[in-house]
Design a protein around this ligand. Structure first.
Ligand code: 2AM
Ligand code: CA
Length: 266
């Protein structure tokens, strides 16, 4: 039986290797395509990076499965056994437009329980990592448990989409939150924004539409420092399919849910 420590060591080596390949790609011409619409970009690097992980995982851990954003892994209906939930590039729009503010995100789950979380900010060389029960780290520094903060002193990570007319939520609900908070920020990579909550750079992060690979790694990291990740109705996140996501420091999570989201009854 392989230990999580061993799996983590392999995963970290591969993440660093993939990061170096992505950095090297900056000097080459990218092949950019659109997926569901013209704002939904995918590049050859998204696909090549996912394929890189799949080959490494299948060779080293033949009984592990892979759920990847680009769909090159396994067809997964349930998180049974060990599943690597991978976003090879989270924040592809940033990758294409800014060559920064994107991340490799990996969550390794066993029968639905998160065991390892890795999020690599490729350009800043910041690796957020955690093994369940052993604390969360940013590179070599252990991250402190999250402290309490109220909305009025909080920085909220949120995309302006959710405070303007949209198909998912009445924008006036979250507009109130943004008005009451000390500030709002939008980085454009859910994985990085959840890492930022984990390290205390922001206090909460909200999205109305995320896929499992956007938050799987982040959820493991966040829970190691006492943070809370649920849907915007306060329910457990579903690892199969899309979710609304509210990630925050513990007391703040409750305050947002209760005061701005009517205890999840919106
Ligand atoms: P991506 O870059 O891997 O697609 C902000 O756009 C964040 O939301 C990013 O983390 C992005 O991930 C994710 N995202 C964008 N469009 C999405 C969609 N339709 N469904 C789920 N996640 C999405
Ligand atoms: Ca992606």
């Amino acid at each position: 039986m392989t230990s999580w420590q061993d799996v983590d060591t392999y995963a970290k080596t591969w993440v660093k290797e993939a990061g170096a390949m992505i950095r090297a790609s900056f000097s080459k011409v990218l092949d950019i395509q659109t997926k569901s619409n013209r704002n939904d970009l995918v590049t050859n690097m998204d696909k090549e990076t996912e394929q890189f992980f799949i080959e490494k995982i299948k060779t080293t851990f033949p009984d592990h499965s892979v759920l990847g954003e680009e769909g090159l892994g396994d067809r997964i209906q349930e998180i049974n056994g060990v599943v690597w939930i991978i976003d090879p590039i989270d924040g592809t729009t940033n990758f294409v437009h800014q060559q920064r503010n994107f991340a490799i995100s990996i969550g390794i789950y066993e029968n639905g329980i998160g065991q390892i979380g890795l999020i690599y900010d490729v350009v800043h060389d910041e690796l957020y990592h955690a093994i369940k029960g052993k604390g969360a780290y940013l590179n070599d520094t252990r991250l402190a448990p999250l402290d309490h903060v109220e909305v009025k002193d909080a920085i909220i990570g949120i995309n302006a989409t959710w405070v303007t007319e949209n198909r998912s939520i009445d924008p006036s609900l979250l507009a109130e939150l943004v008005k009451d908070a000390r500030g709002s920020r939008s980085l454009g990579s859910a994985a990085l924004e959840i890492s930022y909550v984990t390290s205390g750079r922001i206090d909460a992060y909200i999205s109305l539409r995320l896929s499992p690979w956007d938050f799987a790694g982040g959820k493991v990291l966040l829970e190691e420092v006492g943070g809370v990740a649920t849907t915007l109705r306060g329910k457990e996140l579903n690892l199969i399919g899309e979710n609304t996501v509210l990630v925050a420091k513990p007391g703040l999570h409750q305050e947002i849910l209760k005061k701005y989201l009517n205890d999840g009854n919106w």
